[in-house]
Design a protein around this ligand. Structure first.
Ligand SMILES: [Zn+2]
Length: 457
């Protein structure tokens, strides 16, 4: 058998023993704390005690997340030969480090990824190096980045936006016709407990243990990876540090983190076209406002709803309210499954449910908050567009991207977000103010009759 076939067959079998990305959305099913002593009995071939000692981890219990996967691994450790395991591990290591090895490895890795992404040109050395520095030394690079691209006035303005959206969300909760008053109280408690992180962390990580040598890229990477591993391992048996950031300040992203009940907006996304200090409110509420609303809504999507205000997996819903919530999310999931991305490729409604819930809620909340501003209440045209129209145009603008078909195929099967176009068209076809702003009529392409529109938050 060729080495490639050996690697492929092992990967395939391990994958068969793993939960699907849709199954992994069930938070409770994914929490499986087990005593190491019990694990040593149920999966003797893994050698848990030796393994943990080998990596320097002192613990008597572990959240296994997917016990089925380890059962599979336990069996395979006997059924697959040692020679084949060595081939597999060698391939995995080379593949992992290929981008920082010599050109033949870089080329082979690129050819492989090409099939999945459709990318036809290799990244320049500059792009690759910038990404490596950001990934592995992000909090050092971040200090330089925020000095140049972020200021405290911007931070204040964004915080005002966040606070206005929080108020708008509270109003929407108050007006929900499907939720009881007791659950509304809990929902609002959770909403106002959300920790807000804007721009960059209060305390920076240090890299004192890392050795960087100008002429040795590979060794630098190894030193950084080792340091990272130690950093993560040092968290074991300590309380969670809620001030920690999971992204670098220069990254264009934002996230909600259910176990901490926090929303995080790094300096990288607080830039044009998401946020522009000199732009009118319509532009900023449609841009970064939508993103903020999106992240807040994650606290109340199919996964977020399973965590309480302190980030613990604990039910805070009445049975009846949770049933009604599920009824609505199911409808949203079904709607998105009807969207065709490419020929036979459809969006996977259940996989993208959390993100779609956040997109639909986020736009509605951002819009309500925008309507509280002076511009939102007025009718003054700018560049020929009414305030509401500018708000919606700004939403469409932040999702302008170009993708290849190969990329889209992989994306739809693996990514929990809907492709960019549907992050705009999906929520807007459910949102009455959009119909009014552009006078959308039944014969327009994405028109939905009122009873077909889905609204959760
Ligand atoms: Zn999201």
């Amino acid at each position: 058998m060729k080495n490639a076939d050996i690697v492929y067959l092992i990967e395939k079998e391990l994958a068969a023993g793993s939960r699907t990305n849709i199954e992994l959305r069930d938070v409770n099913a994914n929490f499986n704390k087990k005593a190491v002593s019990a694990m040593s009995k149920s999966q003797p071939n893994i050698g848990w005690t030796t393994l943990l000692a080998g990596i320097g981890a002192t613990t008597d219990s572990i959240d296994m997340a997917q016990p089925g996967y380890y059962d599979k691994l336990n069996t395979m450790l006997k059924s697959v030969s040692l020679t084949n395991w060595k081939t597999y591990l060698k391939a995995a290591t080379i593949q992992n480090y290929a981008p920082v090895l010599s050109q033949p490895f870089i080329n082979a890795s690129f050819e492989f990824n090409k099939v999945l992404s459709g990318e036809d040109t290799q990244k320049s050395r500059r792009q690759t190096m910038t990404a490596i520095v950001d990934n592995l030394l992000g909090q050092a690079l971040g200090q330089l980045y925020v000095k140049r691209y972020f200021n405290e006035d911007a931070k204040k303005r964004v915080l005002t936006l966040v606070n206005n959206l929080q108020k708008a969300f509270e109003n929407r909760i108050n007006q929900l016709d499907w939720m009881s008053d007791s659950t509304k109280v809990k929902a609002k408690e959770k909403l106002y407990t959300i920790i807000k992180k804007i721009g960059y962390p209060d305390k920076w990580r240090n890299y004192d243990n890392v050795q960087i040598t100008r002429t040795k890229l590979f060794e630098n990477i190894i030193s950084l990876n080792k340091n990272d591993f130690k950093y993560e391992l040092a968290k074991l048996n300590k309380p969670v540090d809620k001030t920690e950031w999971q992204t670098t300040p220069s990254t264009v992203t934002a996230y909600y983190n259910p176990p901490v009940n926090e929303i995080v907006f790094p300096a990288g996304i607080l830039q044009y076209p998401y946020f522009d200090f000199s732009a009118d409110d319509a532009i900023n509420y449609g841009g970064i406002g939508m993103v903020i609303g999106h992240e807040m809504t994650h606290a109340f999507d199919d996964q977020g709803a399973q965590f309480d205000k302190d980030g613990n997996v604990k039910n805070w819903w009445t049975k009846e309210d949770y049933r009604k919530f599920k009824e609505r999310t199911t409808k949203l999931s079904e709607l998105y499954s009807t969207f065709t991305v490419l020929d036979t490729v459809h969006i996977k409604g259940p996989l993208t449910l959390g993100e779609n819930t956040a997109d639909n809620g986020g736009i509605a909340i951002a819009y309500d908050a925008f309507k509280m501003t002076e511009q939102g209440k007025g009718n003054e045209k700018i560049d020929g567009f009414m305030p509401d129209q500018r708000f919606f145009l700004s939403i469409a603008r932040i999702w302008r991207v170009k993708t290849r078909d190969a990329f889209l195929r992989t994306y739809v099967n693996t990514n929990p977000h809907s492709p960019a176009m549907w992050r705009v068209n999906g929520p807007l076809m459910n949102f009455a103010p959009f119909y009014r702003a552009f006078n959308i009529q039944p014969d327009d392409k994405n028109y939905k009759a009122e009873n077909e529109r889905v609204r959760i938050w």
